[in-house]
Design a binder for this molecule. Structure first.
Ligand SMILES: C[S@@+](CC[C@H](N)C(=O)[O-])C[C@H]1O[C@@H](n2cnc3c(N)ncnc32)[C@H](O)[C@@H]1O
Length: 507
């Protein structure tokens, strides 16, 4: 793999062919593959163009920019394009059959486009978080607050093998890929962190497979078209040896029998109301890693599904089963500015802050009114009308700047973004429930031999009595040594070799 995925390493600048996320507003992000086609594209002489409510943006103005840059709109002739469309004549073809307009535009430098005053956008590198809010929805998706918590709880980390069912729109897939990534595998034997994703719906499978290809995630994500309820999680008879599992399918409990250490017995399945497993020609294999604890999360929109999942989990030996609901709230932090001279923007309150401000303002207006007529009488005798108007306009502007600063309650040196009271507000409409998350773990596999070896090392029931950190025998030994030491000291003192003893004797 020559190019790293833009989701893992976007590089410092936007490049031709790169996936970029065009940020129009907080909830409006547009995924775009940057094209440096120099000829006419879709009727535009400027090449590929993005049209937004903030203006037109030729791709040429978006390429070679540091990620996160603010890009201003350009003047693009959208009118003539419209006319050509109506005439059903996109390209002008000369007698020799050449595309004359395309040829003309390809000789012109597309970077020469002029800036328009219509607005700007920001060009952002792809991340799983922004991808989630911009991706083409094919299903309900798992959102960032949920998947960040899920990935943390199932211990998804660099090098881990993670099973995901179903892939859906690929929202969770992208986040999981970043979590397990520890490099691209250099060969079939090079085992790196990987997402083993399973999707039942064939169209969605094809879309997510193409997305993995386009986003250079081959080797880190393996998508399989599979009904996991019936066919389990082995891929070409190979076990993913997974230690992290995420199930986002309508009946997660139907997939659980395949996620065991040993083939579940008929009675285990029957007691959970499950059908017998499909018979296969090959031997049953576990898709789980034998020498690690496996962490699982299932994602269910209703409590009935949760109950059923928990019941089957218990029967199949899953432990520490817990249900969590992520109730996310977005908190907006802003500076609330109150004052008469506030512009009419969000977070501005155009009313007097107090009675004193209202009276001061009225006095100022009254004073200015009187001054204006006094000045007019004194000076306007020697001026024509236009000169007098200009003079007063200038004076009023100066006064307004001083007043505006005074009204903001700041010195003229206070930065505008620092003025006002810092407040936080939760959004009026809060979408709290997405799904219930069930977490559980399956302890590592433990054989009879391992049990015997452990018993040999730490014999259970034959241990010596331990007080504090020392066993009885050691404590006795220590006491014997202390008594022997004391005895020796006394003997030496009696022989008179200890000066301290001598002194006490004489005194
Ligand atoms: C809610 S969507 C998953 C959304 C995905 N987690 C995301 O973040 O974009 C559920 C998906 O599970 C798939 N599915 C349903 N039953 C399945 C099964 N038995 N095996 C595999 N996939 C299944 C559906 O086709 C659907 O695409």
């Amino acid at each position: 793999m020559s190019t790293a995925s833009p989701f893992l390493d976007p590089g410092p600048l936007t490049t031709p062919g790169a996936l970029a996320l065009v940020h129009l507003s907080r909830d409006n992000v547009l995924p775009v593959y940057l094209s440096n086609d120099s000829g006419m594209v879709d009727g535009y002489a400027e090449g590929a163009v993005i049209n937004t409510r903030f203006g037109s943006f030729p791709h040429s103005t978006l390429i070679g920019q540091p990620w996160g840059s603010q890009i201003r709109a350009s003047i693009v002739d959208t009118g003539s394009r419209g006319r050509k469309r109506k005439l059903g004549n996109f390209t002008d073809v000369d007698a020799a059959g050449n595309d004359t307009e395309a040829a003309a535009s390809s000789t012109s430098n597309t970077k020469d486009v002029k800036t328009a005053a219509t607005g700007f956008i920001h060009i952002l590198p792809p991340t799983p978080e922004i991808w989630t809010s911009s991706l083409p929805h094919r299903t309900q998706v798992v959102y960032t607050p949920d998947y960040s918590y899920i990935l943390h709880r199932i211990r998804a980390r660099p090098g881990a093998q993670l099973i995901e069912a179903g892939s859906g729109s690929g929202s969770f897939t992208h986040a999981a890929t970043r979590a397990v990534y520890n490099g691209y595998p250099k060969g079939p034997e090079d085992r790196r962190g990987k997402v083993w994703s399973f999707e039942f719906n064939h169209d969605r499978f094809l879309k997510i497979r193409d997305e993995v290809q386009d986003h250079h995630l081959n080797g880190i994500v393996q998508v399989t078209n599979r009904d996991v309820y019936n066919d389990g999680f082995l891929v070409n008879d190979e076990s993913p040896e997974a230690e992290c599992i995420f199930l986002d399918v309508p009946a997660p409990w139907r997939a659980l029998p395949h996620l065991s250490r040993k083939k579940p017995t008929q009675s285990q399945l029957a007691s959970g109301g499950l059908e017998p497993l499909k018979e296969t020609s090959s031997e049953w294999k576990s898709p789980l890693r034998a020498d690690r604890t496996v962490h699982i999360c299932t994602f269910s929109p209703c409590i009935e599904q949760v109950t059923k999942t928990v019941e089957v989990m218990r029967r199949l030996g899953w432990m520490e089963i817990e249900m969590v609901e992520v109730a996310q709230r977005r908190v907006n932090v802003l500076r609330e500015k109150v004052g008469l001279n506030m512009p009419s923007e969000r977070g501005m309150n155009q009313s007097p802050r107090n009675v004193a401000e209202a009276i001061t303002r009225l006095k100022q207006i009254d004073g200015r009114f009187k001054e204006f007529y006094k000045d007019k009488q004194d000076t306007d005798v020697n001026m024509d009308d236009t000169e007098a108007e200009k003079k007063h306009e200038g004076e009023n502007k100066d006064n307004d700047i001083v007043e505006s600063n005074a009204d903001l309650g700041r010195s003229p040196t206070v930065k505008p973004w620092m003025a006002g009271r810092l407040v936080h507000r939760t959004e009026a409409e809060i979408k709290t429930h997405t799904s219930y998350l069930v977490f559980a773990l399956l302890p590592r596999e433990w054989s009879e031999e391992q049990e015997a070896a452990a018993f040999e090392n730490w014999p259970c029931g034959k241990e010596k009595k331990v007080i504090g950190s020392l066993d009885k025998e050691t404590r006795k030994q220590e006491k014997r040594e202390m008594l022997r030491g004391n005895k020796e000291k006394k003997i030496t003192a009696a022989k008179g070799s200890d000066p301290a003893v001598k002194k006490s004797k004489t005194s």
